[in-house]
Design a protein around this ligand. Structure first.
Ligand code: HEC
Length: 125
């Protein structure tokens, strides 16, 4: 009797821990659709292009580099977005939460890399 109670308790604990890990993994993976929305809503697209391809639809001087697919890990993006260099404005946690940055990262990761120049026939004539 006592032993079965202990084993029920133990398996409940293991399930909880497993679930918590599962949730962390899901949160880390980010939500692509939400990231895509945030990329527009928070103005990232103005300097980095709608597909994170780089470029600018903002006034001259706001050119942002290509972001997709990301070259740096999500941890680095989180730090960078809060303390950017050059012409990028900082986004505090009040404007953009860490989990929203994760979603933007997931969106950028979902975008395929551009083809290499050697694979574009028109550029090889
Ligand atoms: C006003 C223009 C502007 C806006 C808006 C903007 N950025 Fe940037 N971003 C830049 C510029 C310019 C750089 C390059 C700065 C440098 O080279 O010092 C940059 C660099 C970055 C980098 C580093 C890229 C790398 O690989 O080194 C990341 C990541 C980034 N931006 C993400 C974002 C995200 C996410 C948003 C929206 C929440 C955003 N940016 C909004 C202009 C902008």
């Amino acid at each position: 009797m006592r032993q079965s109670t202990i084993s029920v308790l133990l398996s409940t604990m293991i399930l909880c821990v497993a679930q918590a890990f599962g949730q962390t993994a899901a949160a880390k993976a980010g939500n692509v659709e939400n990231g895509k929305k945030l990329f527009v809503a928070d103005g990232c697209y103005q300097c980095h292009g709608r597909q994170g391809q780089g470029g600018s639809s903002a006034p001259v001087g706001s050119y942002g580099p290509r972001l997709a697919p990301p070259r740096i890990p999500v941890e680095a993006v989180r730090i960078y977005v809060r303390h950017p260099s050059g012409g990028m404005p900082p986004y505090t946690a009040r404007v953009l939460s860490d989990s929203e940055i994760d979603d933007i990262f997931a969106f950028l990761k979902s975008i395929p890399a551009p083809p290499a120049v050697k694979d574009i026939p028109l550029l090889n004539q």
